[in-house]
Write a protein that binds this ligand. Structure first.
Ligand code: ADP
Ligand code: MG
Length: 263
């Protein structure tokens, strides 16, 4: 995305006052290359989730451009927009709320193929994708409540993979999981990038988690990208104040994933 700005209108303070607005994204530039894993890190409320809505095309930016495969998503023709919608998929923070509890897993997985009207052997695709996320075909007939949080996040990742995306956006994908299984899901995402040649935009408020899974990190603060760099450089010589605060937060947490991030 290039120079993306997004402003939300707020409620009027008084009857005749001007309607105040909140600039949530301010001239944001963010790019990801084919097969690259980038991180986006920033404190809560800095605009990360808003940015994902723009990256996936579910919200139109007030100004700026969303570019994909050389075209501008919002001025492209139908066929190109269809290609974009299929190619950019998202995984959300909480798999329990992103999967319908009344639907069998197999049905949930088929849903993106149906809504995007993708023609392929649907049953074979379900089995293939379950295998890619490390689950067996016995998951198909089961319901979400029969799975643990980590397994559910694998299912949510599987659903995002169903249309054969080129870019996966993961918005705090391990923040709701037990620390003991966070690493498994992070490793799965890393493997998918490597094995499928996916691009990944990995979002978190924790720099060490982002550093573990990505090779280039964007730091966001109050709607602006304040620094971009390699994870190791951000840890050892952070430039922006927001980055220094995030590094400080990591160092004050004993152990965690911070040690393994610095490879
Ligand atoms: P993050 O994901 O980094 O925590 P968000 O993108 O969710 O940040 O939110 C950034 C800011 O935008 C917050 O101040 C939030 O209150 C505000 N915001 C998000 N969505 C809306 C909306 N639809 N209308 C008004 N304000 C919003
Ligand atoms: Mg968020």
């Amino acid at each position: 995305m290039r120079q993306v700005t997004q402003t939300y209108a707020l409620r009027r303070q008084s009857l005749f006052g001007a309607r105040p607005s909140l600039k949530v994204l301010d001239h944001v530039d963010l790019d990801v290359r084919p097969g690259e894993a980038v991180g986006l890190v920033g404190e809560s409320g800095s605009g990360k989730t808003t940015l994902t809505r723009i990256l996936t095309g579910s919200e139109r930016p007030q100004s700026g451009n969303v570019l994909f495969d050389g075209f501008d998503v919002w001025s492209a023709d139908r066929e190109k927009r269809r290609h974009f919608r299929r190619s950019v998929q998202i995984v959300l923070q909480n798999p329990r709320s992103s999967l319908d509890p009344r639907m069998r897993v197999g049905t949930s997985l088929l849903e993106p193929l149906r809504s995007l009207q993708i023609d392929c052997d649907h049953a074979a695709r379900v089995i293939e994708v379950l295998d890619q996320v490390g689950l067996g075909r016995n998951a198909i007939e089961r319901y979400p409540h029969e799975f643990s949080g980590g397994q559910l996040q694998r299912i949510a990742i599987a659903r995002a993979l169903m249309p054969g995306p080129k870019v996966l956006i993961a918005d705090e994908p391990v923040s709701a999981l037990d620390v003991s299984i966070q690493a498994q899901v992070l490793n799965l995402l890393k493997d998918l990038v490597r094995n499928l040649g996916l691009s990944l935009v990995f979002i978190a408020h924790d720099l060490s988690v982002v550093a573990y899974a990505t090779s280039r990190v964007f730091v966001m603060s109050s709607g602006k990208i304040v620094e971009v760099g390699r994870p190791l450089d951000l840890f050892t010589k952070p430039q922006a104040e927001a980055t220094r605060n995030l590094v400080g937060a990591v160092l004050s947490v004993e152990g965690g994933l911070a040690g393994t991030a610095l490879d």
